[in-house]
Design a protein around this ligand. Structure first.
Ligand code: ADP
Ligand code: AMP
Length: 217
């Protein structure tokens, strides 16, 4: 299956992607995690991306599309993938369609996670991620690690993302509404969108998501 996850920052895309990818035996590809890995390895791409991420803006398409394409071309993504955070504007969606078309492939679905803004703000304010692997995600009250400040998965240090500060979150929400939300209509025109509520416990949302992707919702 080739799936795109869409939803505002803090909706729970990364959290759900980890479970969905496992259930569906496909890799979870998060462009945000790829950028953060580049930042911690201090690559040129990481240095460039950081300035945009810290300001809550999108990293330019020229570098983002190439990075996403390279990852999708890895052998583990041959039979499918779950995209989280990509595409994030209509030109990225068009580039993805073009890339898939060239390979004779297509998307199977776009899962739209709906969450009210006040909930998103609470989720982001308490989010803590792992320094060793930013796909390991916790929350200070909703998804507490066994030991404060320590990743349950790998023992890495947990920290608050710089771009999870109140001002940057406001900017990221604005960017979501103006640049990312239009991809939902773009994909609706292709009949690909299933929308679910991302409120409730993590496992309840996962069940809802699996049902929606399998066409049972
Ligand atoms: P996104 O990838 O969409 O930005 P995350 O998966 O990182 O969002 O989730 C944002 C925060 O909300 C994290 O701290 C996560 O632990 C928490 N979270 C995710 N899903 C839920 C949920 N269903 N209920 C409560 N908190 C959640
Ligand atoms: P995320 O981890 O998905 O919340 O993304 C964190 C930040 O990385 C975003 O605010 C952007 O600055 C950048 N980013 C992630 N994915 C993309 C993308 N597809 N296009 C542009 N910027 C992105």
């Amino acid at each position: 299956m080739r799936i795109v996850l869409v939803g505002p920052p803090g909706a729970g895309k990364g959290t759900q992607a980890a479970f969905l990818a496992k259930n569906l035996s496909i890799p979870h590809i998060s462009t945000g995690d790829l950028f953060r890995a580049n930042i911690s390895q201090q690559t040129e791409l990481g240095k460039l991306a950081k300035s945009y991420m810290d300001a809550g803006n999108l990293v330019p398409d020229e570098v983002t599309i190439g990075m996403a394409k390279d990852r999708m071309e890895q052998p583990d993504a041959e039979n499918g993938f779950l995209l989280d955070g990509f595409p994030r504007n209509v030109s990225q969606a068009e580039a993805l369609d073009e890339m898939l078309k060239t390979e004779g492939m297509k998307l199977d679905g776009v899962l739209d996670l709906e969450v009210p803004e006040d909930e998103v703000v609470k989720r982001i304010a308490g989010r803590r991620i792992c320094r060793k692997d930013s796909s390991h995600v916790f929350h200070v009250t909703y998804s507490k690690p066994k030991t404060d400040g320590v990743c349950d998965v790998c023992g890495g240090e947990l920290y608050q993302r710089e771009d999870d500060s109140e001002d940057t979150v406001r900017k990221r929400l604005e960017v979501y509404h103006t640049q990312t939300e239009p991809i939902i209509d773009y994909y609706k025109a292709q009949g690909l969108v299933v929308t679910i509520s991302a409120l409730g416990k993590v496992d309840e949302v996962t069940k809802r998501a699996m049902a929606a992707l399998q066409g049972d919702a």
